[in-house]
Design a protein around this ligand. Sequence first.
Ligand SMILES: Nc1ncnc2c1ncn2[C@@H]1O[C@H](COP(=O)(O)OP(=O)(O)OP(=O)(O)O)[C@@H](O)[C@H]1O
Ligand SMILES: [Mg+2]
Length: 430
Amino acid sequence: MAEVFVKIKDRQLGPFNSSEIRNLVVKGEFTQGDLVYHEDMQEWVEASEIDEFRNLFTEEVKRVHQKTVFAVGGGKGGVGKTVLTASLGIGLAAHDYDVVIVDADFGGANLHTCMGILEPDYTFYHFYSLQRESLEDICLETPVKNLRMISGACGTLGIANPRFHQKLRFINQLKHLNADYILLDLGAGSSYNVIDFFLAAEHGILVTTPEPMAIQETFNFLKMAVMRKLMRDLRKNTSAVAILEQHMYAEPGKMHFTMDDVINDVRQIDEIAAFSIETFLSSYHPRLILNMVHSNKEIQEGDSFKTAAHDLLSVDVEYIGFIEYDENVRKSVKELKPFVIENPKSKASKSLAKLVTVGLLQKNGWAGFQDRRRLLKQLRQEGADYPDARLQESDTICSVNCFYWGDCDYQEGGYPCPIRHLDPIFKQHG
Ligand SMILES: Nc1ncnc2c1ncn2[C@@H]1O[C@H](COP(=O)(O)OP(=O)(O)OP(=O)(O)O)[C@@H](O)[C@H]1O
Ligand SMILES: [Mg+2]
């Protein structure tokens, strides 16, 4: 393809060569409706009218459709969303898929720490502040083969509550990342920010512990997500939205309606709107993972959640598995390593291998069993090569000279600092 001039949003740009054009397409910045200056015809024509461009768009559409975006959320804080995002990502990467894990917890980014990357070269801040154009530009390599990550930006006011157009820019570019699987680690809570990212991914994964408070918060999170989606889909239908709002903003604790009631109320005024609600609900199947499970009885909480979601929200949740409470997970977090890498033989790692192979990739039976074994073996190899965050030269040395020595509970002395994940914070304020 010869160099061409293009017009994007009425601005003439170029000349661009074929790889520059491809880049614009991949980033979603140049679309079929944009104009290209056609040398032979000596005029501006829509890109879709030129064969070479049409092929480029078809390839990109295929590429975008072949990838899967999972959002890991669930309302309650501290239930294991971040450690699971990292380990699910590693599990998929060990299956030979290209994976990107994304820290979308804008208020409390810590996925990089979980991976043992203390000072990421690029973070979401560089994208947010327009220092880097695309998400692909801020992708970081991780020590795990096939796995890259996008680090969140912590401690910068404003990023915790991105504006609508910033969210949109982020969401639009997610699909263009070079990967088979993209996993978003969401923050706690049910704010619109979190819910919007949960809905932006085509597949939601709810993570909860079996404790009643966590289950309740996760259920509320799901309810908010469903209602938000319906309100957005029906936004032009003011009477239907009024009914949804009436149910959504009901006094807490006095909300005895089911989704069937909502649909019936909507049907009274608009059959088509009621039908579109039913259509969405019948195709919406968020997945559920129970974490920090202590007993067989607790495992069943997942089924109870499923029943409640079906009966009250008319949503069929897919309960894809559980991870036991395992001290190895806590230990690995302190060691700044994902638990599947630090201890692939632990109970939690074996359950994770099953979650990835059977729950996400749906490989069942003997083939699935073999795959799980192969995965655990692969994780053992990854573990052997994984850099030890403790042994890095750059780590802070624990000593009486430390600014925080007087207040520090550890005061171990020597090498390295036991709270070395605070290293970047010390440096910032040093
Ligand atoms: N299966 C498990 N067994 C034991 N401890 C666990 C397990 N899963 C997670 N944890 C512990 O729970 C802590 C919180 O996990 P994590 O940070 O992933 O939660 P989170 O849901 O991302 O929290 P937040 O909502 O604040 O982002 C971890 O530091 C880890 O020690
Ligand atoms: Mg987290």
